[in-house]
Every structure is written in structure tokens, then in C-alpha cells.
Design a protein around this ligand. Structure first.
Ligand SMILES: NC(=O)c1ccc[n+]([C@@H]2O[C@H](COP(=O)([O-])OP(=O)(O)OC[C@H]3O[C@@H](n4cnc5c(N)ncnc54)[C@H](O)[C@@H]3O)[C@@H](O)[C@H]2O)c1
Ligand SMILES: [Zn+2]
Length: 392
């Protein structure tokens, strides 16, 4: 009879580094991250590499090999790097998790060893899930290779794979050991993947930093046109705001229902699913931001001028604000799926102004449908004006 109450506190620390050419032997960042991690050197490593990165960076596996040989007193490759498919397909087939776990097991990694995951957000999610569950947690070093993974997913504390037709249904909260953002990987991204990650920067600016939103407006065309200096600045500030939220919001493992970092994401996840993942996560997020901003405006919370700024910035950085699937009968199911995922009552983040979010617990279906219609009208107007021969 009776009960025992106990509080367990645990602090997580991890660093996010910014560099170029991480696997160039003279680059000390990875070596130092590992050397600082333990007294028992060399540490064993298993590398998981995104096939899309492998194809575009022909010498990468050799470079990883050379890097480890050059720093053999600190890190040792315990198995040849494992190449896995890039993109959403890797998250939708659980055999890839088993494959990674098999390599970790065969290589005899312990909880002081490292999985180094090199790739886009999807590969980082799968490798992160495998690392978090092998031995109940092997150290994970993420080397994100897309804009989205560098400014958002790769610096956070979550991993996951898709199951039962639902995105990220299986996964854990597991902070990485370290993150190394290597800008030189970004040069080989497709234009779509370059631009997709800008939507997470727009999101975090809208919920946290009006001045950063101004930066994005001023640099919209440089960002859309692959200016690396502007992109480096954007990624750094976005990652910093993301990390500040995780560290200071008081809810890093999302135990409550408020999710400002998921602004625009209920519709994004549903659109990704409805398009069979043809839509990139970042493209879905852009449309989701447009939708929830338009709802905020039509419901009388967001001033028209702020709404206009958002609706101008998204296309200016090359992001969509509409997809035909927004009209699907199924779209609004995304709200109940989001509620089920959060637990508790539905909590959707909306805007009062650029930089000022708030939570709401009920969505008016009529206003949501009007928001979708307004986005459709605007996208038609934008498409028509883009076809005008004299458009400046
Ligand atoms: N864990 C989280 O907190 C979190 C947060 C946001 C998003 N995500 C997830 O991230 C995923 C999206 O990630 P993403 O936008 O990085 O795209 P992605 O991982 O789907 O990759 C897109 C494509 O780019 C290729 N690629 C990756 N790096 C490349 C490079 N440097 N050069 C050429 N091609 C390259 C990949 O092979 C793939 O074909 C989604 O599954 C999403 O759910 C996770
Ligand atoms: Zn996202």
C-alpha cells in the first residue's frame, strides 16, 4: 500500500557545428567531436550514407575511409559504410531499420561507439531510430546534407519511420551526440530540395523572430537563386532558433499539446500523404504555412498586411502556396490525425502577427474551406501572371 514519488532529472548537451568538407582529412571537427567524447580511443564507427548523396559525391566513401585512416588514433570504421536509399521511401520500409541494426550488431558497436548518419532528413530519421534503439541508445552524429535537415530536422531531438500509413508513427525522442552541418554538400541539391528547407526558416521566423522574417524578405531572391552566403546565414539562424526553442520552451520531448514548431504541419503531413509523398516535406510545410496564415487572417486574428507579407515571401523564395489535394475531402482528417498524435485536445498554432504565435483549440470548418478557396484563387492569379510575357 502507498506510493513512492521520485523525480528524475537529466540534462542533455550537444553541439551543432558549421563547416565545409567534413571528411577532408585536415578538417578537425569530426575528430575533435569524437576525441572529446571518451577516454577510450579509438572509438568504433558505423557510417550510414544516403544513396542520393553517394551518387552526387562520387568520392565520398573513399573520403570517409581516408578520414578514418588519417585519424586512426581517434576513430575506426568498424564496417564498410552502409548505403541506404534517400527520400521518403527509406522511412516507409522497416527493413532498412533492420539492415542498419544488423550492421551495428555485426560490427560489435557498444554504447560508447558512434553511428554517423550522412544524408537528408529521411535517412537521418531512419539511422537515428536504429541508433536510438540498438543497445537502447548508441551515440549518433548527424551530418545533414539538405537545407531542411541542416536548418531543422537534423538539429532536433526526434527520429521516426512511417507505419500504418502514418508519417513518423514509430520513433523516439533521442538527442544526437553532435550535429555537423557541412555546407559543401548543398551544392548538389536539386532546386526543389534547395528551396524546400527555406519553408522551415519561414516557419520559425513567423513564430519566433520578426527580424529574421525581414532578413528572409530582403534575401528572398538570393535564397531562391542559390546564393550560398545568404543560405549559410539562413541555416545558421534557423538552426539557432530551433535549438533555442528545444532548450528553453520547457517541453523538449513534447509532453504537452502545444507545438509552435509544428506551425503549418498538420496540413503538411496530410498533403505529403495525399500526394503519396510526391510533395517534399518542405513544400507541404510552405502550403501548410500559407493555409494556417490565411485562416489566421480570415478568422480576424492576423492583420491583412502581415498576411500579404507571408503570401508574398513564400512564392518569392520559390515555394508553393497551393496544391490541388488541399481540396480533397480527406484534408480535414489531418486535423483529427494531428489531435490523435498530440493527445489531449486539439491544439493548432495560429498567428497574431509576424513573430507572434498563439494556440487555438477549435477550428471553424467554414473558415478553413474559405481559406483553401482563397489560396486556390491566388495561385491561379499567380500562375496567370507568371505566363504574361512582359512580367518584370
Ligand atoms: N525528425 C524530425 O524532427 C524531422 C523534422 C522535419 C522533417 N523530418 C523529416 O525529414 C524528411 C525530409 O527531409 P529532407 O527534406 O532533407 O529530404 P529527404 O531526406 O527526403 O531527401 C530528398 C532527396 O535529396 C537527396 N539528397 C540528400 N542530400 C543530397 C545532396 N547533398 N545532394 C543531392 N541529393 C541529396 C536524397 O537522396 C533524396 O532523394 C521527411 O521524412 C520529414 O518527415 C524530420
Ligand atoms: Zn517540418
Amino acid at each position: 500500500m502507498g506510493s513512492i514519488r521520485q523525480e528524475v532529472q537529466l540534462a542533455f548537451r550537444y553541439s551543432v557545428h558549421f563547416t565545409n568538407a567534413v571528411f577532408d582529412p585536415p578538417n578537425p571537427v569530426l575528430r575533435d567531436v569524437i576525441a572529446d567524447g571518451t577516454d577510450h580511443l579509438p572509438s568504433k564507427i558505423v557510417a550510414v550514407v544516403d544513396d542520393g548523396v553517394h551518387v552526387c559525391h562520387g568520392g565520398l566513401l573513399k573520403q570517409i575511409d581516408n578520414y578514418c585512416a588519417h585519424h586512426e588514433q581517434v576513430l575506426r570504421l568498424a564496417a564498410p559504410p552502409l548505403i541506404v536509399p534517400g527520400g521518403e521511401q527509406v522511412k516507409s520500409d522497416s527493413r532498412h531499420v533492420e539492415e542498419i541494426l544488423g550492421v551495428i550488431n555485426d560490427a560489435g558497436l557498444c554504447r560508447h561507439s558512434y553511428v554517423i548518419a550522412v544524408g537528408g532528413g529521411a535517412v537521418l530519421d531512419v539511422a537515428g531510430y536504429a541508433a536510438a534503439t540498438a543497445h537502447r541508445g548508441i551515440r549518433l552524429i548527424r551530418v545533414p546534407t539538405t537545407v531542411l535537415a541542416q536548418d531543422d530536422s537534423g538539429v532536433g531531438v526526434k527520429n521516426g519511420i512511417n507505419a500504418f500509413g502514418k508519417k513518423n508513427y514509430v520513433g523516439t525522442f533521442a538527442p544526437p551526440f553532435a550535429v555537423i552541418n557541412d555546407f559543401s554538400f548543398l551544392t548538389t541539391l536539386s532546386d526543389r530540395d534547395w528551396r524546400s528547407g527555406i519553408s522551415e526558416a519561414v516557419k520559425v521566423a513567423l513564430i519566433r523572430d520578426a527580424a529574421f522574417f525581414g532578413f528572409l524578405e530582403r534575401n528572398a531572391s538570393s535564397l531562391a537563386n542559390r546564393d550560398m552566403t545568404a543560405m549559410r546565414q539562413m541555416i545558421r539562424r534557423c538552426a539557432e532558433l530551433h535549438l533555442l526553442h528545444i532548450a528553453k520552451s520547457g517541453d523538449p520531448f513534447e509532453l504537452g499539446s502545444s507545438r509552435p514548431l509544428d506551425f503549418g504541419h498538420w496540413a503538411a503531413h496530410k498533403l505529403e500523404q495525399l500526394t503519396d509523398y510526391d510533395l517534399r516535406h518542405g513544400e507541404g510545410v510552405a502550403i501548410g504555412i500559407a493555409l494556417d496564415s490565411t485562416y489566421s487572417y480570415l478568422a480576424g486574428f492576423l492583420p491583412e498586411r502581415d498576411w500579404q507579407r507571408i503570401m508574398e515571401l513564400l512564392p518569392a523564395v520559390g515555394l508553393p502556396v497551393y496544391a490541388p489535394e488541399l481540396g480533397s475531402q480527406n484534408l480535414l482528417h489531418g486535423l483529427s490525425e494531428f489531435r490523435e498524435h498530440l493527445g489531449g485536445k486539439l491544439t493548432i498554432t495560429l498567428l497574431r502577427s509576424v513573430g507572434e504565435p498563439f494556440d487555438i483549440h477549435e477550428i471553424d470548418g467554414t473558415i478553413m474551406v474559405r481559406s483553401i478557396e482563397l489560396l486556390k484563387e491566388r495561385s491561379t492569379v499567380d500562375e496567370l501572371s507568371a505566363q504574361l510575357p512582359l512580367k518584370g
